[in-house]
Design a protein around this ligand. Structure first.
Ligand code: MRU
Length: 348
């Protein structure tokens, strides 16, 4: 089936099949691949075909549908047992993005309640609801965030927290889209984001297709730009927000925010409430994914670093809550986040 790549849809459920826009190949090649089993889906998440915390969550929800299809075919009476190792595989696909576990927990809760018989339709409905609610949350939080921005200026974003990283619209890039529409942002500086280049490949692709002026820079330019008073906000997404407001996001976010604080640039973290993990007490409790050395020592498949040398490749870092001016979710904005404020937001 031919699907056209748009910056609105990285995860597509069509004719009862799951399709993912292969983000490893963007921007040069725009191609969807079909996933025919939950194991293939878990592997696609690990391999970065799809990435970005909310998009991983939405994909995993559809992966549960595929798992249930396989388990029910194998044994219509015992499918709730047969599905368990398949769900474990999905849970292990990537460790930091809490949306993955959040979406799986929602699907599992439904599985427990389902009567005997084919579960597929009920599970498809729930996965589609997770998907559409993610888009609604992103639009809502983006409008809340745009409202609280003053004047008009340039912003820096890191990694890709756009439609590609979510069910649609985006978190940090969603804020930028709404703020650009409202005349609050006129230019975006996109960190290239080593080593996967989510900034130069994905954020620039989305911004260009949305008609938003964008400049790509290597990550280390940010401090110089801030020293020249060229940016008013740093706006980023998150893979997991701990109960005390500490924020895990793409490696390099922490140093970007330390630089922002030094230069008096305001810092916004935009995320749906599904990214807030109330059972993760602090940033120190967030598991940080370590990936292979080739991601650093090779570029576009070509060896660029010294073969055999030791490589450190943590792909996320944690920014302490104290450095963040505002976290914006669909439930509202929290200035100077703290445990009490996050708890109150989640209960609202
Ligand atoms: O390794 P990735 O590309 O999955 O990392 C993605 C990020 O760090 C995003 O900023 C985060 O998931 C928020 S996406 C709305």
């Amino acid at each position: 089936m031919e699907l056209i790549a748009t910056p609105d849809a990285a995860v597509v459920w069509k004719d009862n099949q799951l399709f993912l826009l292969d983000q490893r190949l963007l921007p040069e090649t725009e191609v969807f691949i079909q996933l025919s089993s939950s194991r293939e889906t878990a592997q696609a998440i690990t391999d970065m075909v799809v990435r970005g915390a909310p998009a991983i969550g939405v994909t995993a929800a559809y992966g549960v549908v595929l798992a249930a299809r396989e388990a029910f075919l194998m044994d219509a009476r015992q499918w709730k047992q047969t599905i368990e190792p398949l769900l474990d595989d999905l849970a292990l696909a990537r460790p930091t993005a809490i949306n993955l576990h959040w979406a799986l927990a929602r699907m599992k809760q439904l599985i427990v309640q389902l009567p005997d018989g084919d579960p597929e339709n009920a599970l498809i409905k729930e996965a589609q609801l997770i998907h559409s609610q993610d888009i609604e949350s992103n639009v809502c939080l983006s409008d809340i965030a745009a409202d609280l921005m003053q004047g008009c200026g340039s912003v820096i974003t890191h990694c890709n927290a756009g439609a590609l990283a979510t069910g649609g619209y985006g978190t940090a890039l969603g804020v930028i889209k709404s703020a650009f529409r409202d005349g609050k942002v006129d230019h975006v500086y996109a960190d290239e984001t080593r080593p996967w280049f989510q900034g130069s490949r994905l954020t620039a692709w989305e911004l260009e297709k949305s008609g938003i002026p964008c400049t790509v820079m290597v990550d280390s330019v940010a401090a110089t730009l801030m020293a020249q008073s060229k940016v008013s906000w740093v706006i980023v997404g998150s893979d997991r927000i701990a109960a005390n407001g500490d924020v895990a996001n793409k490696i390099g976010t922490y140093s970007l925010i330390v630089n922002a604080k030094f230069h008096g640039v305001k810092v916004m973290v935009a995320a749906p409430s599904s990214t807030i993990a109330m059972n993760t007490a602090t940033g120190a409790d967030i598991p940080i994914e370590l990936r292979g050395s080739d991601e650093v020592m090779k570029c576009g498949g070509k060896q660029v670093g010294v073969r055999g040398v030791d490589v450190l490749n943590p792909v996320f870092d944690v920014t302490p809550a104290a450095l963040i001016d505002v976290i914006v979710t669909e439930k509202g904005a929290i200035f100077h986040p703290s445990e009490e404020k996050i708890k109150a937001l989640m209960l609202s």
